[in-house]
Design a protein around this ligand. Structure first.
Ligand code: NAD
Length: 481
């Protein structure tokens, strides 16, 4: 007998245990060869005081098996609890979140009968770094971090995925007309890497109009690669317009580990009623079986599932009078699939998994080259509410800063000095830009001396951002206004 593959399984919260039982029953009936290690994650673990929702024994199992089939969990609101999903993705380096959304028309109601879109979402960076601060009485910030290696990894993954899965086009969604540095980098990396794949069409969209077109005409799209937040939002939209969030499965892929889960959450109001659709988790399990090279089992399960959908045996979320034939509960739906193992759909397109897609990932192809960095100034952020921008400029100018003169003051990014407008609304959070000689550069000690003089003046600097040139190009955004 061949050795069974160890995997880690978590039953999760809410509808999690029901859909996991339905999923495991189905794949085991199809002959999946798995050695299952069960771990506890989520609400109960949080309540035991473990703030990331998973204890050390569970982490150890994950690092040993490197394959995780996970039911959704409930993240308690507030109280310092960290999202377990975000922690797992980051801790295990699962940088690529792959979410296919296919419509099953006419068997599942949708306005988009031919849609077949794969969202490839960056999974570790962006606003999900979780670095937030309250800086003044009025102002809070969240850091959006986009890195070159992170962007290269996900963009290359998207093109490799497209090539391996015989897809024709990769689209990128960004907001680089506003975020010229962060989203600008993502777009630049996209353009650079696209050149290495002349066989695949590529295009970039501003995320707002791209999202509108995706929701209205998903047939325009094939593979879409996005930074984390846009991907999080738009993958739910895409799954929903294909038929139901209950149908979407996802793979979180890293270079060593992988996690497979439904895209939806734990839907607590549906729990313990045998009503939830297990399809999202089941299709995630199919992706897992392909990852484990159990191709014939993956094919049998997926085709039997398609046949069940085609036969009109539907759970409540996709049941429609006149389209569906029979409304069933979670476990009966799984039984209906099991009865159809070995069958293929007649009208929906059958699947046939035969080999692992071969993908040359980032670690084999890093493009990054280190730039020469020169300090030329500093943005000092002040907590201040004693007067007008001109008053603040006067107070700062009296510091006689010869090597680092004050050039501009902004409030929420808008220039208020020199020559600001009296109409501009100001908060208690001021960014004061001091810029030295661009050719000579400035010394870090000059920045420290500047801060000491600002403190001595009784002002309250709440943070600084050094201003650098990288290979002679500014590494900081220009000022609006
Ligand atoms: P949700 O996805 O759990 O449910 C929203 C609604 O979608 C449900 O009320 C239901 O109408 C429908 N739905 C979702 N899954 C379904 C299924 N399998 N079958 C039928 N209908 C289904 O979103 P939520 O209510 O915003 O979140 C509930 C909890 O889930 C929260 O604690 C959240 O943090 C957590 N969550 C977990 C994950 C995860 O573990 N991967 C992902 C998202 C949300």
């Amino acid at each position: 007998m061949t050795q069974r593959t160890p995997i880690t399984v978590a039953y999760g919260d809410g509808i999690g245990p029901e859909i996991m039982r339905a999923t495991l029953n189905t794949i085991q009936a199809a002959g999946a060869s798995l050695e299952i290690e069960t771990i506890e994650v989520g609400e109960k673990v949080y309540r035991r005081g473990i703030e990331n929702g998973m204890d050390p024994v569970a982490w150890e199992s994950l690092r040993r098996t490197q394959v995780f089939l996970k039911a959704p969990i409930t993240t308690p609101q507030g109280g310092g609890y960290k999202s377990l999903n975000v922690t797992i993705r980051k801790a295990l380096g699962l940088y690529a979140n792959v979410r296919p959304s296919v419509s099953y028309y006419p068997f599942v109601s949708t306005q988009h009968p031919t849609m077949d879109v794969v969202i490839i979402r960056e999974n570790e960076e962006d606003l999900y770094a979780g670095i937030e601060h309250r800086q003044t009485d009025q102002v809070y910030q969240c850091l959006k971090l986009i890195t070159r290696p992170g962007s290269e990894k996900i963009v290359r993954y998207a093109f490799e995925y497209a090539r391996a899965h015989h897809r024709k086009k990769v689209s990128c969604f960004v907001k680089d007309n506003i975020m010229k540095f962060t989203d600008g980098l993502f777009h630049k990396v996209f353009d650079e890497i696209a050149e290495e794949y002349p066989d695949i069409e590529h295009e970039a969209w501003i995320v707002d109009i791209g999202a509108a077109r995706l929701a209205d005409t998903p047939e325009l799209f094939d593979v879409i690669v996005l930074p984390n937040l846009y991907g999080d939002i738009l993958s739910d939209v895409t799954a929903q317009i294909a038929g139901s969030v209950g149908l979407g499965g996802s793979a979180n892929m890293g270079e060593q580990c992988a996690m497979f889960e439904a895209i939806h959450g734990s839907a607590p109001s549906w729990a313990d009623q045998n009503r939830a659709n297990p399809s999202g988790l089941l299709l995630a399990a199919v992706m897992m079986l392909v990852h484990l090279k159990q191709f014939s089992v993956a094919t049998r399960v997926h085709n039997a599932w398609l046949k069940t959908i085609e036969d009109g045996v539907h759970t409540e979320d996709i049941y429609r009078e006149g389209v569906s034939r029979q409304q069933v509960g979670t476990l009966e739906f799984a039984e209906a699939i099991i009865q159809r193992l070995g069958e293929v759909p007649q009208r929906l397109k059958p699947v046939g998994y035969e080999a692992s897609p071969s993908m040359a990932l980032w670690s084999k192809n890093p493009r990054h080259q280190k730039a020469e960095k020169r300090l030329v100034g500093v943005d000092v952020f002040l907590d201040w509410e004693l007067g007008t921008p001109n008053d603040l400029a006067r107070a700062l100018s009296s510091l006689e800063l010869t090597t680092l003169p004050l050039r501009v003051i902004t409030n929420r990014g808008v220039k208020v000095w020199p020559a600001g407008l009296s109409e501009t609304f100001c908060t208690d959070h001021w960014r004061c830009r001091f810029l030295g000689d661009q050719d000579e550069g400035v010394q870090p000690s000059e920045v420290i001396a500047l801060l000491q003089r600002i403190l001595a003046e009784g002002l309250d600097p709440i943070k600084t951002e050094n201003l650098y040139l990288f290979d002679g190009e500014p590494g900081f955004s220009a000022v609006h206004g």
